[in-house]
Design a protein around this ligand. Structure first.
Ligand SMILES: *[C@@H]1O[C@H](CO)[C@@H](O)[C@H](O)[C@H]1NC(C)=O
Ligand SMILES: *[C@@H]1O[C@H](CO)[C@@H](O)[C@H](O)[C@H]1NC(C)=O
Length: 336
């Protein structure tokens, strides 16, 4: 089971039941969109490229785990489980018009239960069998922003893809590149992290070597500890950009904030910040969530409304214009 991503079919009946493990699924509204990256570029203000960030409001230029206790620093979270002060972030999608200008694409609430969320993303913690929750200070990234080909992506990473939504219920037909044609109901981006940990390091210099994918059904000897599968689903509202007469002549209208017009540079960042053992308890209790509502079936977790999670926002620390038609990507990231 570990070797495959757990695919949730829209046809599944609510609640999602996974007898052998947990299927925790919840909404995290947009916390801030800005050029900071405390994981890859700590202390750098602004960081190289733009991010959309969700989770606890302790998100900051620097989040050094030796000096920062995230759950006691944050005063709110944009996620619905109130004990989850983790930060989850990805790059930001831009539309690139025929005339060479760029417009930022907004995220929107997952229409399977989270329509009233102010953008952000859906977060999953999945398990099949016993898993060990992350430790304080744990962080990781998946994906490589320098990748521009399918083979680069698929030889190193698994289970990261795009779904061209014909309706909000569309599942299947995923691609590892940006979808080639207009997507009536937007583009869903799925980013799934590896599920095996070395059991020692909460981070490594490349933010990736301490985790690994399973081999077959088991974690490799080098990374023997099964951890929950962290999985992001982001709905990008590309609906205003479906007029192909405005698309550039190379037929690639979307570009990530780090300049990638192929889509293969897809990546995600995770900074663990659950309070105490709240995540471990939820995983041990095989908690699950209803697929079509903001309801988590989990006696051990306290959950807030989407309205309350929308209220947790962080003041922008990096002032720059992100709206309207821009002549270049924020930070001047070149497109390739
Ligand atoms: C961010 O870090 C700065 C400098 O350490 C600190 O003054 C500020 O309070 C922090 N902001 C948040 C939201 O934690
Ligand atoms: C560029 O194209 C966009 C989309 O077609 C349009 O809205 C915008 O006004 C154009 N900008 C310029 C400077 O022509």
């Amino acid at each position: 089971m570990h070797s495959k991503p757990i695919t949730l079919l829209a046809a599944a009946v609510a609640p999602i039941v996974n007898a052998a493990g947990a299927t925790l699924r919840f909404s995290c509204s947009q916390l801030v969109v800005e050029r900071l990256d405390p994981l890859v570029n700590p202390g750098m203000n602004p960081s190289a490229h733009l991010h959309q960030v969700v989770g606890g409001n302790a998100f900051n230029v620097t989040m050094d785990p030796t000096h920062l206790d995230i759950p006691s620093t944050a005063s709110c979270t944009s996620c619905t489980p109130v004990e989850d002060f983790s930060n989850y972030w990805t790059a930001v999608l831009f539309f690139r018009a025929k005339n060479g200008t760029f417009k930022r694409v907004n995220t929107f609430g997952n229409e399977l239960g989270f329509t009233s969320a102010n953008g952000g993303q859906t977060v999953y913690y999945l398990s099949s069998g016993k898993v060990t929750a992350f430790k304080p200070g744990f962080r990781m990234t998946v994906g490589d922003p320098s990748f521009r080909t399918a083979s680069q992506l698929t030889s190193k990473y698994k289970y990261m893809d795009y779904t061209c939504l014909a309706t909000s219920m569309t599942r299947g037909g995923q691609t590892t590149s940006f979808p080639k044609g207009p997507c009536k109901a937007g583009i869903m981006v799925s980013i799934r992290f590896p599920t095996c940990w070395d059991g020692k390091n909460v981070d490594t210099p490349d933010h990736q070597s301490h985790v690994a994918y399973p081999q077959g059904n088991a974690c490799p000897a080098s990374h023997p500890v099964s951890v929950p599968q962290v999985f992001y689903e982001t709905y990008w509202d590309t609906r205003p950009f479906n007029d192909q007469s405005q698309w550039p002549s190379d037929g690639q209208p979307f570009v990530w904030s780090f300049g990638d017009k192929s889509g293969y540079g897809l990546h995600g960042d995770y900074v663990f910040g659950w309070k105490g053992d709240a995540l471990q308890r939820a995983m041990d209790a095989n908690c699950n969530s209803d697929l079509f509502s903001n309801k988590i079936n989990c006696p051990t977790l306290k959950v807030q409304s989407l309205d309350d999670s929308n209220k947790c926002v962080k003041k922008v620390a990096v002032r720059e214009n992100l709206d309207g038609w821009l002549t270049e990507l924020p930070g001047g990231m070149p497109v390739s």
